[in-house]
Design a protein around this ligand. Structure first.
Ligand SMILES: Nc1ncnc2c1ncn2[C@@H]1O[C@H](COP(=O)(O)OP(=O)(O)OP(=O)(O)O)[C@@H](O)[C@H]1O
Length: 257
């Protein structure tokens, strides 16, 4: 008999994930869970594999090995379509339609309530721009239209790829407040960033480097474990540890030279 997936398991459960892109391994031995209701930050330098990991979680990335489960189901399962919202780095909204027309269109496709476009417009602070053509908006405004589209239907998991890039500090702060409001209302947020100072705003952190997970902890526990005062220093300490583990001879020879 098929039992229903547990509603209290992790929002995301990744085991032994390995991904090749262009014939090269870009994710290796990734094991992680994302707790329901968390605001989890996925941090790491440009090119370390953040987007590839997010794509694997939303089920649009071909994987080589391992298992990715989302809300108890295999990543990309049709039943997850309206339960997972995904915002890519490139705006996925139509430039030649107004903001509201875009949101009405996506609401229709998703079968979201008719009142949803107005609700999400308010949430991202774009109500005054409802009638503007998306193509005439600023980059930051366009990014918020993509975010609004992902909020339609109130998905349980939101996967956001660098949602605050190019936004001014006030807007960034407003968006982080929105992320926490959504989490308090029961959603789970997985948010990538290469800006380490955004880490402190997360309830959990995944630190990545060169296709591997370096750490998975709360910001506070990470600072305590590394004896550092900020996440950037913690990251550098973890990198130094990982390098020493990978090449103990280097540290030893550095010690005698
Ligand atoms: N379509 C592709 N074909 C081949 N290799 C790719 C492709 N897309 C990405 N890669 C490679 O995969 C690796 C991981 O890329 P990915 O976009 O996941 O990193 P990222 O951490 O999200 O980077 P950024 O912060 O710059 O967006 C990089 O080395 C990149 O060059």
């Amino acid at each position: 008999m098929n039992s229903a997936p547990p509603a209290d398991g992790p929002a995301v459960d990744v085991r032994g994930l390995r991904v090749l892109r262009g014939g090269r391994p870009v994710l290796q031995e990734i094991d992680l869970t994302v707790a329901r209701g968390s605001v989890t930050g996925l941090l790491g330098p440009s090119g370390c594999g953040k987007t590839t990991l997010l794509r694997s979680i939303v089920g649009v990335q071909r994987t080589e090995a391992g298992e990715v489960r989302v809300l108890g189901l295999p990543a990309g399962a049709p039943a997850l379509r309206d339960r997972v919202g995904y915002v890519t780095q490139a705006p996925s909204v139509h430039a030649d339609l107004s903001v509201l027309a875009n949101l009405r269109y996506f609401a229709e496709v998703l079968g979201a309530p008719r009142s949803d476009p107005a609700r999400v417009l308010d949430e991202v602070g774009l109500r005054e721009h409802a009638k503007d053509l998306v193509g005439k908006l600023s980059g930051g405004q366009r990014a918020r239209v993509s975010l609004a589209a992902a909020l339609l239907g109130a998905p349980e998991l939101l996967v956001l790829d660098e949602p605050t890039v190019g936004l001014d500090p006030v807007l960034r702060q407003e968006l982080w407040q929105l992320f926490h409001r959504l989490a308090e209302a029961g959603a789970t947020l997985l948010i990538s960033s290469h800006v380490m100072d955004e880490a402190a705003r997360c309830t959990a952190l995944l630190l990545m480097r060169e296709g591997r997970l370096l750490a998975h902890d709360t910001p506070r526990a990470l600072l305590a474990a590394t004896g550092t005062a900020d996440v950037e220093s913690a990251f550098l300490a973890l990198v130094a540890d990982a390098d020493a583990d990978a090449d103990p001879g280097r540290t030893a020879s550095e010690g005698v030279s």
